[in-house]
Design a protein around this ligand. Structure first.
Ligand code: SIN
Length: 295
């Protein structure tokens, strides 16, 4: 673990119990039923745990889609996905399904949600509905730690940089565009893959609006540094990508039906592990609107 890095603050909670699941980030919260309306005091404690741990987890929250949406609205306006189609009856909820025969798994690369959007999602809520008997875990990485553990010289250099982020990896030299990636995935529905502008330039180091801490802001959407050629920026981005994924910066969550994760896209990356071929996984996902740039 890098020296001089503060891992987390222990704070007394009055209503909820918060159990850290790894040294880097992530905490499981118990003692709460999210199907019931949240008081302001309870919401404040949950939000505090969210800021302290970057990703929080709840177990056995078998919410109906309507209850899930009501809970999510407590966190802010709903961010509709720019190119994925939500449930017919509740379009704010995106259903992520990987069937027994699908090979593509949504989110199976290290990323922060919708970095390609001018105003990326602040946080994402993912509720487990059907979970394979083994596999299908999600990993998370703490971007504050990734930034704070770099040398002062490297931090000062990165502080000044921006990067282009794209929702279409083919533009950045990937092998498949968005429509091609989703074509074999039976459960997933695109809105109109041809007509959506999904390129945005954002700072490579992002200052968190609530905590004021700086973190690296990159992921699989990141194509190249702004003002650099892809060849010039790739060595820097490759180094940073590998650095962000160091096991010391991560945690891993094992899902069950009714498990809920809420992660902070402003300071964490995540990765959906695609290791459950032949099994079905079904999740409900809601994203909350983010802040205006610059951040
Ligand atoms: C996502 O990237 O939003 C999906 C994560 C997951 O399915 O575990």
């Amino acid at each position: 673990m890098p020296e001089g890095v503060q891992l987390w603050n222990f704070r007394p909670y009055e209503t909820i119990a918060v159990q850290r699941i790894s040294g880097a980030l992530g905490a499981e919260i118990s003692g709460i039923d999210l199907t019931k309306p949240l008081t302001d005091a309870l919401y404040a404690e949950i939000y505090q745990a969210f800021l302290e741990n970057q990703v929080i987890f709840f177990r056995d929250q078998h919410m109906t889609p309507e209850q899930f949406l009501a809970f999510a609205r407590r966190w802010g306006g709903i961010h509709l996905h720019p190119y994925m189609k939500g449930l017919d009856e509740i379009p704010e909820i995106l259903e992520l399904i990987k069937t027994e025969t699908d090979t593509y798994a949504f989110g199976s690369s290290w990323h922060s949600d919708q970095m390609f959007a001018p105003k990326p999602a602040k946080c994402t809520m993912l509720l487990g509905r059907e979970i394979p008997p083994a596999g299908g875990d999600t990993m998370f990485a703490n971007m504050y730690l990734a930034y704070e553990s770099l040398s002062p010289g490297m931090r000062a250099t990165l502080d000044r940089l921006k990067a282009l982020n794209s929702g279409d990896k083919k533009r950045g030299g990937g092998t498949k565009n968005r429509a091609e990636r989703y074509s074999g995935a039976q459960g997933m529905k695109l809105k109109d893959p041809g007509n959506i502008q999904t390129d945005s330039v954002h700072p490579l180091v992002r200052t968190h609006a609530d905590t004021g801490r700086k973190g690296l802001y990159l992921g699989s959407h990141t194509q190249h540094l702004d003002g650099f050629t892809p060849e010039e920026s790739e060595p820097i981005l490759s180094f940073l990508r590998a650095h962000c994924r160091r096991p010391e910066f991560t945690c891993r969550f094992r899902w069950a039906p009714g498990s809920l994760a809420i992660w902070d896209n402003r300071c964490a990356q995540h990765y959906a592990i695609n290791d459950y071929a032949g099994y079905r996984r079904r999740m409900h996902r809601i994203t909350i609107k983010g802040e205006d740039a610059p951040f």
